[in-house]
Structure formats: C-alpha cells, structure tokens
Ligand binder design. Structure first.
Ligand SMILES: Nc1nc2c(ncn2[C@@H]2O[C@H](COP(=O)(O)OP(=O)(O)OP(=O)(O)O)[C@@H](O)[C@H]2O)c(=O)[nH]1
Ligand SMILES: [Zn+2]
Length: 363
C-alpha cells in the first residue's frame, strides 16, 4: 500500500495551502496504475485548450494531458476542470504529462446548447453566486444556480453586488429570503469595499476552495480582487495594476487568497443549463421534495392534483421555475420522438389551464 505513496511525490504542507486535504491523499492509495515515470501530485489552476497550468504548492508548471487519459475522460463525456487534483509524470525532456485524475469530491458542469458537457470547476466547497442588484437581478436565474449548486453537493452562498448603488437592496434581499431554501446565506455587498472580506470570512477558511459564478458584469472580478487584496499588498501589489476587474474574464483560473483559501474565477455564465437529471433537480429543491411526502398522491406532480401539499406552501413562481427545470432535465434525457410527445402533452396542459381560467372568468 505505502508503495503507491512513494511513487507519487507531494509536499503536503505546501499543497495544503492550495486546498489539499486528507480525503484527496486517501485517493492516492486507491490508484490501480503506477506511474511509469517520476510523478507528482498537482492541482489544475488554469486550462487553455490543450495546455494546462498545474501548481505543486511552490510554483506553477505547464503540462499537457496524455492522450490515453484525454480519451478515457472523453468516453465518460467529461474533461479536466480547474480545481482537479491530477498526477503528472515528468519525462526525460522535462515535459509534464497528466496521466491520472483523482476522482473529484465535487464537480460543477454545465450543458452547452449543443448538449456537450462543459466542466466549470472541481473540488469546490462553496460557490459564490454573484448577482448584481441592478439590471442583472433575476430571482429565477438565481434559484436555478442555487439548485444546481446544491445538487452538486456544493454550498451555495448568494452574493448580491452593487448594494451601495441600489436603493431597493433590502427589498430584493427579503424577496430572495422567501424564495430560496432557508439555509442559503444571502449577502448584499459593495464588492469594492474591503468590509466584504469580513462578511465572507466564514467561507474563506484555510484549505477551502470557492468558485465565483454569475453573469458578465455581475462583479465577479471585482469581488475576487477585493478578496485578494491583502495578498496583493503583501506581495508588493504585483497584480494590482493589471486592472483585472476592468477586463472581461476569459479563462477560468484558480488563485490563492490570504488565509489560504483558493478561489476560482470564471468567465460570465450566460446560461447555466442543468447538467443533472430529475433526481438532481429534486435534490436542489429540497424544500419541495420534503413537502411532496405529504401530497395525497404518491406520484403527485404538484400541478392540479387534489391534496397537493407543495402547491399550498411554495410560492407559485418558485414552483413554476421548478417545473420548468424538471422539464428541461427530462428533455435532456429524451430521444427526439419522446421530446415531441412531451412538448405536445405540455401544450395540451397549457390549453386546458387557459380554458379553465376562461371558464372561471365566465368567458
Ligand atoms: N458600485 C459598485 N460597482 C460594482 C460592484 N461590483 C462590481 N462593480 C462594477 O461593475 C462593473 C463590472 O464588474 P466586474 O467585476 O468586471 O464584473 P465580472 O462579473 O467580473 O464581469 P466578466 O469579467 O465580464 O464576467 C465594474 O465597473 C465594477 O467596478 C459593487 O458592489 N458596487
Ligand atoms: Zn403535490
């Protein structure tokens, strides 16, 4: 058993500062294949097409993925993501090749419009779901982000930015409190203010990994910069003048924060389609799942069945959003034919509903 350990070099205290923990180390013992060349455990900090940046706890190295591993991941419809722990071999030329991925504890992905899966980040403890209190504000979109994050086993923290310039910040925050699962923290911040670091301190502990998600312009880079500030001062402000916050983020990358948490900055998400099935959506809407146990019918869809416990307790808009996500998730798993039938069925339900409300109005 210990042989496995000896073949893969790693500096635990150093790697701890970029998120290594004992769960990851335990995985090293489960590898069934020994690296053929000198190998080390590293963390993926950036991915640009074929070229990866890996961190060994001391410094960054460029690397590429061995075709064997790339094919194996492709066959499972996935790929490496920033935050992954990998084993890289170094050949005689000093080139690093990633030969294995340690199974990620958590993994966030999205479905592109063509149905392909795009990895967002791996081994994340907390997702900061960033939304501006300005035009960006959209409770439904936020509800989706929260559901997907929770379904992936990642803690969701809602960060509402631009509180300093939004007169109705308090109302919007209150509105979200009634819609989102009760144990979801909702913070309203000014991303440019250093006080934000104190507000987020509970999620920034040593060894923690965070990812920042949100639309373009929501304030992700501004927040990341503010959280990195202490480090930038300590290191002589190397990154201070590069104006990251003013540019559009184009690549995902992992940075170290003061206090040894890590943060993954991502480009704006225009749409985040669920890369999950029905069970995943249900896990994300756990309040609905719990109430559903009290519905009269075991297979209640919470539409217009009598004795539905969900319809009475959940806001109509939240329930509507839930149904929409369930439909999307089902659609993702259906064949084209099944899809057509399902669309027809929903159209019929919609028509019946419209007819019913016409009757009610006496029309
Ligand atoms: N007043 C105020 N302005 C903010 C706040 N957060 C962000 N901004 C401003 O909003 C603009 C967009 O912020 P960014 O941090 O670049 O947004 P982003 O989410 O990183 O955008 P992309 O990189 O395109 O994904 C910038 O001009 C910021 O200065 C805030 O809390 N208060
Ligand atoms: Zn029901």
């Amino acid at each position: 058993m210990t042989d496995t350990m000896l073949e893969v070099a790693f500096d635990y205290p150093q790697l701890q500062s970029i998120g290594l923990n004992q769960t990851v180390v335990n995985q090293l013992y489960t590898l069934d294949e020994q690296p053929a060349l000198p190998a080390a455990l590293l963390r993926v900090t950036e991915i640009q097409r074929d070229c990866l940046t890996l961190h060994d706890g001391h410094e960054e190295h460029n690397a590429r993925v061995l075709p064997r591993l790339a094919e194996a991941l492709h066959a499972r419809a996935t790929a490496l993501a920033v935050g992954d722990w990998v084993i890289a071999e170094t050949n005689a030329l000093g080139e690093r090749w990633v030969c294995q991925q340690l199974p990620p504890a958590t993994h966030l992905a999205r479905r592109a419009n063509d149905g392909r899966r795009q990895p967002l980040a791996s081994n994340v403890d907390t997702a900061l779901l960033v939304m501006g209190l300005d035009m960006d504000f959209n409770p439904r979109r936020l509800e989706r982000y929260v559901a997907f994050t929770r379904a992936a086993g990642v803690t969701a923290v809602v960060v509402l930015t631009k509180a300093d310039i939004s007169p109705d910040a308090q109302d919007k925050q209150t509105l979200l409190q009634t819609r989102l699962p009760a144990d979801t923290p909702i913070l309203a911040i000014n991303g440019l203010d250093a006080a934000t670091r104190q507000m987020l301190a509970p999620w920034l502990g040593a060894g923690q990994t965070l990812v920042v998600l949100g639309s373009s312009g929501a304030g992700k880079s501004t927040l990341t910069n503010t959280l990195s500030e202490a480090e930038m001062q300590a290191t002589g402000g190397v990154r201070k003048g590069d104006g990251r916050g003013r540019h559009t983020t184009t690549a995902r990358s992992l940075h170290r924060l003061p206090g040894s948490a890590c943060i993954i900055d991502t480009p704006g998400l225009r749409t985040w389609r669920p890369d999950t099935d029905e069970a995943g959506i249900n896990a994300g809407f756990d309040d609905i799942e719990q109430l559903a146990a009290h519905c009269h019918f075991r297979d209640c869809q919470h539409q217009d069945e009598p004795g539905c416990a969900v319809r009475d307790a959940v806001s109509p808009d939240r329930l509507h959003n839930y149904h929409k996500l369930i439909r999307e998730a089902r659609r993702g798993q259906q064949t084209a034919l099944e899809r057509k039938a399902e669309t027809a069925r929903w159209k019929a339900i919609g028509k019946a509903g419209a007819a019913r409300s016409r009757e009610k109005r006496g029309g």
